[in-house]
Design a protein around this ligand. Structure first.
Ligand code: GP9
Ligand code: MN
Length: 636
């Protein structure tokens, strides 16, 4: 291809060398390979080659060296970083002083493998070729146009190849490994730079207007702190908050085959405070959106994710509020620390320390990484060490991992059998039912997570770590299981091994609204000394957690957009989702179709929907402006 464009030896080496390095990077890191990605490698290389053909000849040399340096640096840094973090580097991390300190330490500790330096061969080769072929290059417009034609063809072929879901991953950028596998290292790094710099441009336009609207909102809606019988009930206690991956509320209390799916959580529900009308309010940021909303009582960002794009913003968080009351605040998670950019964002949220994958012995891996059972087993002595050597009170967030979709290897960690034996005309017949379906795998994985949490609670008790301690458990979002899986689970006809239809008396309707309402996640507050159970049925969102547990811990965030659920009436609860839909105790309002679904048969005032829709739009706008324009600092 290159001779068709130009006869330069340097150009040939530039294209071949950078293309080979990109292949080597995949080989020395993920080992994965998607055909589409090499077309994107070639597109970037040919774009840079084309530019070299119209750069003035006295700058041509410098251009080649700079372009080659950037391409080789992309490969070397990602190869090094992957070896240490099993993920790929981001310029956004380098922008935080904390990260530079960490990466400084990390680089010192990193074992630099020989393969991490192989990419440097291209420097040597470029040097030799430039010495042997110092011929001057004239500007070659035709060759430039031919290069651009190759770029367009490569982009076209790349985009025409699967997986097509990868376009959203470019925007979300939550799983860097998937993005690099799908788009190649050069497009990955360009995307990372864009995603990291995007917030800086947002700040330039619309700031004053956003500040005025937000300031007016708080002046008109200033909520003085109101006490109630729950105020300060946990003040000064240790807090362990379990971020339960993809745990949905329908699993609580569920029995199949006379087997409880969540026997341990059921015990906590039946002896603690259980919010059974609780919803996550996530956007593209899923887990990280929940962490953000839980900590700040703000809704996730409308553009990008806070953890990746606004990790440097100033927020009032429960972590900082408790730190100001003398708490030691930590987070623990068995995945790499920069997944969702947590390493940078957790420090910014106020955690004193994030214990990520590198803090654990990776002795058992399922799904995304360290198994929950091993994670929780290792966490107990770590908390004991904190108690003894750092002191109390402490607040710890424990983020689980195993129950992450798609639960493909669930049989490796849970033998729970969800097939059913039925007696038909005196003969016992076994029906597979949901046993091998996605929803069956999910329930087996939830059962495993429940067992892991049950073991954790017991181990903590045996270690004397439940005294003076509150345990909070919340599902971080729904498990993204298709509606038809639920239809099957609720409408399976065991006798005839088929599904009931709508005429059958046993048919259970599970419509689109039921599917949305089914996305509830559990929210449990429990402590060893609780003597009775309390069930709260007020509609509650993740945004209400900070005001609710903050009141119990006696901390207050005046910028919280949520409500202390213990201080409002059931009819005042409202859960606003990112598309402006919302749930109250009476309706589910679907903003997309401007349709409402009745939850309880009540007569609605004429402005019931319009007033709540206005409220929903307002808190979405205020949340987004605070994030995009980093307004908390200014409001303060
Ligand atoms: C990743 C884990 C899962 O470490 O928290 O993130 P999710 O895919 O649920 O956002
Ligand atoms: Mn999650």
């Amino acid at each position: 291809m290159i001779p068709w464009i130009c006869e330069h030896q340097t150009s040939n080496l530039f294209v071949f060398g950078n293309f080979l390095n990109a292949i080597l990077l995949r080989l020395f890191t993920t080992g994965a390979f998607q055909l589409r990605s090499i077309f994107f490698d070639m597109a970037v290389i040919m774009l840079l080659l084309g530019i070299s053909l119209i750069v003035k000849k006295k700058r041509r040399n410098a251009y080649y060296w700079i372009a080659t340096f950037l391409m080789i640096t992309t490969c070397v840094t990602n190869s090094l970083y992957y070896n240490y973090y099993s993920s790929f580097i981001s310029v956004s991390l380098l922008a935080t002083s904390v990260f530079v300190k960490d990466v400084g330490d990390a680089v010192m500790e990193m074992v630099i493998r020989p393969c991490d330096l192989t990419y440097l061969w291209l420097f040597v080769a470029m040097f030799v070729v430039r010495r042997k072929h110092p011929e001057e290059y004239r500007v070659n417009k035709m060759a430039f146009l031919k290069s651009m034609a190759v770029v367009i063809v490569c982009l076209g072929i790349g985009c025409s190849l699967p997986p097509y879901s990868s376009f959203s991953r470019l925007y979300k950028l939550w799983n860097r490994t998937m993005v690099l596998n799908s788009w190649g290292p050069y497009v990955y790094q360009i995307d990372d730079i864009i995603q990291s710099l995007k917030p800086k441009f947002n700040n330039v336009f619309g700031y004053d207007n956003a500040y005025k609207k937000t300031n007016d909102y708080y002046n008109e809606n200033r909520k003085e702190k109101k006490n109630n019988k729950y105020t300060g009930i946990f003040e000064g206690k240790n807090v362990i908050a379990i971020h339960a991956e993809s745990l949905q509320a329908f699993t609580i209390g569920l029995e199949l085959n006379n087997q409880e799916i969540t026997p341990n959580l059921n015990k906590l529900v039946n002896s603690g405070i259980y919010f059974d009308n609780f919803y996550a309010q996530v956007g593209v940021g899923t887990s990280s959106d929940t962490e953000f909303t839980y900590a700040t009582s703000l809704l996730p960002s409308n553009n990008g994710t806070v953890f990746v794009n606004y990790y440097n913003d100033h927020f009032v968080t429960i972590q900082n509020l408790l730190k100001n009351k003398g708490y030691y605040v930590f987070s623990m998670h068995g995945n790499v620390g920069d997944f969702w950019n947590r390493k940078a964002m957790h420090i910014n949220m106020g955690y004193d320390k994030m214990y990520d994958k590198s803090a654990f012995v990776i002795d058992e891996e399922y799904g995304l990484g360290l198994s929950d059972e091993s994670f929780f087993r290792q966490v107990v002595p770590m908390i004991k060490d904190i108690k003894e050597n750092v002191g109390e009170p402490y607040y710890g967030t424990l983020i689980t991992l195993t129950n992450h979709t798609p639960w493909k290897d669930v049989e490796l960690y849970n033998e729970l059998d969800l097939s059913m034996e039925v007696n038909i005309d005196g003969e016992t017949v076994r029906r597979e039912y949901i046993n091998n379906m996605m929803i069956g795998r999910y329930l087996k994985s939830v059962n495993y997570m429940d067992k892991s949490i049950g073991n954790f609670i017991n181990d903590m008790d045996e270690a004397g770590l439940l005294d003076n301690t509150v345990v909070i458990i919340y599902g971080d979002h729904d498990a993204r299981i298709a509606k038809k899986q639920y239809d099957y689970m609720y409408n399976y006809d065991f006798e005839n091994d088929t599904l009931y239809n709508e005429e059958d008396e046993n048919y259970v309707e599970f419509n689109d609204y039921d599917y949305e309402l089914n996305k509830k996640v559990p929210f449990i507050i429990w402590s060893k000394d609780m003597t009775s159970s309390t069930k709260i049925t007020t509609p509650m969102g993740m945004i209400d957690v900070l005001p609710t547990i903050g009141n119990m811990l006696n901390v207050y965030n005046k910028y919280a957009l949520g409500k202390d659920i213990m201080g409002i009436k059931k009819e005042d609860g409202i859960v606003v989702f990112k598309d402006s839909s919302y749930i109250t105790d009476k309706i589910y309002y679907n903003a997309k179709d401007n349709e409402s679904y009745t939850i309880s048969n009540s007569v609605l005032d004429s402005d019931y929907i319009s007033s709540r829709s206005e409220y929903a739009d307002k808190i979405i706008e205020v949340s987004n402006d605070i994030i995009v324009y980093d307004l908390t600092k200014k409001l303060d």
